[in-house]
Design a protein around this ligand. Structure first.
Ligand code: CA
Length: 221
């Protein structure tokens, strides 16, 4: 799950990035509103963690710009404990959720998972497609009731395919969702993850659409 953190406090920014990475997210971190705006134009994120007090371009202004250009990426704002007015303004400007600083990383991770789920129209934490059940909260996968161990990247590739069941996803899309900037990525990394997923689950579960990408069929009936 690819997340953008916008936070000018270096300790908080770095800590949040490290914590989310440890929780299996691919998290990029920028320190001001202008850099965030540029990142959001270049990369598609599944959610944004947005501090409101930022240099160069404030969080509220960035949020307003984002929504004005029709970008509906879920946004969670970070506010100070007694800044009720900020929370109200943020929610009115199009934020989807908020957390008051200081916050627990577990709570941030759980709220981000919930935001991404809701953005895909899934109410439950457990995704279920074609005999596979994936629990984002517990980080577990079962195939026809049997537990399957998956490394973090394979888990993320599978989650993205399941969230988008019935849609063909390109390699580039999958790569963008699973890796952050600056990571060394082999050109066939996604194909290798798919190969392992097919071997651990079932070969027919993930289809290759030649020249386009990969598809997990939506359950019918
Ligand atoms: Ca700040």
């Amino acid at each position: 799950m690819r997340i953008l953190i916008v936070e000018d406090d270096p300790l908080l920014g770095r800590g949040t990035q490290a914590g989310l990475e440890q929780g299996g997210f691919a998290a990029d971190w920028v320190r001001d509103g202008v850099a965030a705006d540029a990142s959001l134009s270049a990369t598609s994120y599944q959610a944004i963690v947005l501090d409101l007090g930022l240099p160069r371009l404030g969080g509220l202004e960035l949020l307003a710009r984002l929504r004005a250009r029709g970008d509906r990426t879920p946004v969670l704002i970070l506010t100070a404990r007694d800044a009720l007015e900020d929370r109200v303004k943020g929610l009115d400007a199009g934020a989807d959720d908020y957390l008051v600083k200081p916050f627990r990383l577990e709570e941030l991770a759980a709220r981000l998972r919930a935001l991404v789920r809701r953005a895909h129209g899934a109410a439950s934490a457990v995704l279920s497609v074609g005999g596979v059940a994936l629990d984002s909260g517990a980080h577990t996968v079962t195939w026809r009731g049997r537990a399957v161990e998956l490394p973090a990247r394979e888990f993320e590739v599978l989650r993205e395919l399941m969230l988008n069941a019935g849609r063909v996803l390109s390699r580039e899309h999958l790569q963008e969702r699973v890796y952050r900037w600056g990571e060394e990525v082999e050109s066939n990394a996604i194909d290798v993850h798919i190969h392992h997923l097919r071997r651990k689950l079932a070969p027919e579960l993930i289809r290759t659409i030649r020249g386009v990408g990969y598809l997990m069929a939506r359950d019918t009936g």
